[in-house]
Design a protein around this ligand. Structure first.
Ligand SMILES: *Cc1c(COP(=O)(O)O)cnc(C)c1O
Length: 370
């Protein structure tokens, strides 16, 4: 059975395997004894592999140890967790925030706790897998609306909302495979009008397009708002958080099973994240410059750090990715089920760590290959 599945995947060019990185220095990685420029990391602010930053984090390790030793509700809740939570709440302009061990766990925790079998979830078609899994786990009725289509969502809300007890609209703010931005202002308005929760996944927005995606729409989170942010992407460490009202925070502490039944985020990670937060403004400026340069050179339109180059066919995407690899760039082919059928693509992500030369070299190579 397992062998058949693997053969089937290989036949359809959908088989995946791991790449082993032997050494790393910022955006540069060594694989098979050769150095490459990484254009596919989510380390947008170049914080994860910065030796000067790591030197500061050593103090965190010395003060807080290597592990939490228990779940938050037993003896794994440290003051440094709470200090970080207060800072993260400030970034998202909410009353409170609660750390989770990963973004995946945060999303399944939010959705499976606030939604139940008598409830309804309206979910964007291109939402992240962790949102989809959270929806399923909740046992709520799920309606998937067309990507970023508020008219379609409105029709569904009008037709379905009244039949259910609680409701929720859930969306990525920056979509992970397309780099486009959800119309948060319109979605927020609909959430208020139809009395639903508004759950926003800010994984690729936090520290990239600002501190919070709500900033760019000039909207302020309300009582119905839950914003999930990750620490493992732009913030350069590991873990995630959920920003909400104080009441919802209490609710998640009591009801989100992926918060309750797992070991707490190591406190030194909270400490390191607090350090990294101070570096955001300067690094975000550098990232913005890189995004502008890449846009100017290629004509690509993305407003975020994610640039999809859709080629359609999986084999073709793999071929181009292989050629880029031979030219010294790491840009994997993203294939179904990560993206919809026939939309296989190369997904380029920029980082504050790329030099102007890196970006010019990549553009030249892309021009030759595509
Ligand atoms: C990466 C990601 C997650 C999961 O976060 P982890 O901390 O890596 O588990 C959730 N949602 C989106 C949109 C993501 O890109």
């Amino acid at each position: 059975m397992v062998e058949i599945v693997l053969e089937e995947l290989k036949k359809n060019n959908l088989y995946r395997k791991l790449k082993t990185i032997e050494e790393v220095d910022g955006v540069r990685v060594k694989i098979g004894g050769k150095w490459f420029v990484n254009f596919s990391s989510n380390d947008y602010l170049n914080l994860a592999f910065d030796k000067t930053v790591a030197n500061e984090h050593i103090k965190c390790l010395k003060n807080w140890g290597t592990g939490a030793g228990a779940s938050r509700l037993i003896t794994g809740n440290f003051q440094i967790h709470e200090v970080l939570e207060k800072e993260l709440a400030k970034l998202k302009k909410t009353e409170a925030a609660l750390l989770f061990s990963t973004g995946y766990m945060a999303n399944i925790g939010i959705l499976s706790s606030i939604m139940g079998k008598d409830d309804v979830i309206f979910s964007d078609k291109l939402n992240h897998a962790s949102i989809i899994d959270g929806c399923k786990l909740s046992k709520a009725k799920i309606f998937v609306y067309e990507h970023n289509n508020t008219e379609n969502l409105k029709t569904l809300l009008e037709r379905e909302r009244k039949r259910f007890k609680s409701a929720c609209i859930v969306t990525d703010s920056v979509f992970s495979m397309d780099g486009d931005i959800a119309p948060l202002d319109e979605l927020f308005e609909l959430s208020l009008k139809y009395d639903t929760y508004f759950v926003v996944d800010d994984a690729h927005a936090t520290g990239v397009i600002g501190y919070s995606s709500f900033e760019i729409f000039n909207i302020t989170p309300a009582e119905n708002t839950v914003i999930m942010g990750t620490l493992g992407k732009a913030l350069g460490t590991f873990g995630a958080f959920v920003a909400s009202t104080e009441t919802l925070r209490k609710f998640f502490i009591n009801k989100a099973r992926s918060f309750i039944f797992t070991t707490a985020l190591p406190p030194h990670i909270a400490c390191a994240t607090l350090y990294n937060l101070k570096l955001i403004p300067e690094r975000m400026e550098k990232l913005k410059k890189n995004i502008e340069l890449f846009q100017k050179l290629t004509g690509f339109k993305s407003k975020t750090a994610i640039f999809p180059v859709v080629v359609g066919d999986s084999q073709k995407a793999l071929d181009i990715s292989e050629k880029l690899f031979k030219s010294g760039f790491i840009i994997p082919a993203i294939r179904p089920p990560t993206v919809p059928e026939k939309t296989s693509r190369l997904r380029i992500t920029l980082s504050a760590g790329h030099t102007e030369e890196d970006i010019i070299n990549l553009t030249d190579t892309l021009n030759k290959l595509i």
